[in-house]
Ligand binder design. Structure first.
Ligand code: ISE
Length: 348
């Protein structure tokens, strides 16, 4: 429960790259939002971020921070393998939670989160699919839902990172990167993924020949739409994400983000972002602002635990397809009523 109906006190678990972005974006929303606690396995990092957010308690244990009475809502930005367990802890304590993607590293664990939230009886979980708050992607979705392009028949997506983590595996590329594109396909088209066919190659010897740092993922969706998504995490030149929806009457696509175009010496150039925090800076602010505003207004909006489960199911199918070389059909569970509503009430 909120101590002040017009203010929400938030704790952040994990203040690495993304956790720090969220903590700073939350702190900028003062006084309606207050960062009251941060947790990180690295005490020095936790203290450093806490100092930037004012009078903030520092924890070394995530469960202790989630349990603290000062903490009314939680952001989880810790390593992926902790997401499901910590989200379940928030549900046990009936605390709203924004969990960075992926919701879980297995569909089994994501389903446990869905089942736990159904048991609570109201939506408390939101998943960090920030592209849903990117003006570019919102513009494409609006054009599609307005019918500007006619019936959608094909989605083309591209997701390029300049580099990836040392030791990255094909599975990491799917669960850390491609999972955004899998959610984008569902969200932009308002259709479910029925079949996945993933191919991959290694272009970066340092990652080892078994790591597919370039993946081409083909989807068949429930409304008859097809999708083809390029995920290239060692593209080198910069960070670029985009999407084009092709319809029977036209297309809608994102335009390259980045700075101004300079024309000179019979050439033109435009800077390209180097990472996702720069490219999606506005989206991250919008995401956290809308999450906290919805909490204060007692509503639940945006990507929920069901979206989290469906993206993990599709990610597992991608991994299975990469391994087998065969298309994979998705076997989704029955969608609970909680996730069939529009905007549902969050914990009162
Ligand atoms: C990273 O974790 C993200 O979430 C970024 O949005 C994505 O582009 C990147 O590939 C991931 O590693």
């Amino acid at each position: 429960m909120q101590s002040d109906p017009d203010r929400i006190a938030v704790g952040v678990v994990g203040v690495g790259g993304m956790g720090t972005v969220h903590a700073e974006n939350l702190h900028a929303l003062n006084p309606g939002v207050q960062v009251v606690a941060v947790m990180d396995a690295d005490p020095a990092r936790a203290e450093e971020v806490a100092a930037r957010c004012g009078s903030v308690s520092v924890f070394g244990d995530a469960h202790e921070m989630i349990a603290d009475d000062k903490v009314e809502a939680v952001v989880i930005a810790s390593p992926d393998y902790t997401h499901a367990e910590l989200t379940l802890e928030c549900l046990r304590r009936k605390k709203p939670v924004l969990c960075e993607k992926p919701l879980a590293t297995t569909a089994e664990d994501a389903l446990k989160v869905v089942e736990a939230e159904v048991g609570v009886g109201r939506k408390l979980v939101k998943v960090g699919f920030m592209r849903r708050y990117d003006p570019q992607h919102l513009g494409v979705r609006d054009a599609v839902t307005r019918g500007d392009v006619g019936r959608p028949v094909l989605l083309k997506g591209w997701h390029r990172n300049p580099e990836t983590l040392p030791g990255a595996t094909s599975e990491f590329v799917v669960f850390s990167s491609a999972i955004h594109d899998l959610d984008s396909a569902r969200w932009l088209l308002e259709q479910e993924i029925e079949e996945v066919y993933a191919h991959g190659v290694n272009t970066e010897p340092a990652l080892g020949k078994n790591t597919c740092d370039l993946q081409l993922i083909q989807l068949v969706l429930s409304g008859g739409c097809l999708a083809t998504i390029e995920v290239y995490v060692t593209a080198g030149y910069g960070y670029e994400v985009g999407a084009e929806v092709v319809g029977e009457r036209g297309t809608a696509h994102t335009v390259p983000a980045g700075g101004v175009v300079v024309r000179r010496d019979r050439a033109l150039s435009r800077p390209i972002e180097g990472n996702w925090r720069a490219r999606f800076q506005t989206a991250y602010v919008n995401e956290i602002e809308q999450w906290t505003k919805a909490l204060i207004n007692g509503r639940a909006e945006g990507p929920d635990a069901w979206d989290g489960l469906m993206s993990v199911l599709a990610a597992e199918a991608c991994v299975a397809s990469l391994r087998s070389g065969l298309p994979q059909r998705l076997q989704a569970p029955e969608r609970p009523v909680l996730y069939r509503q529009g905007l549902s009430e969050v914990a009162g």
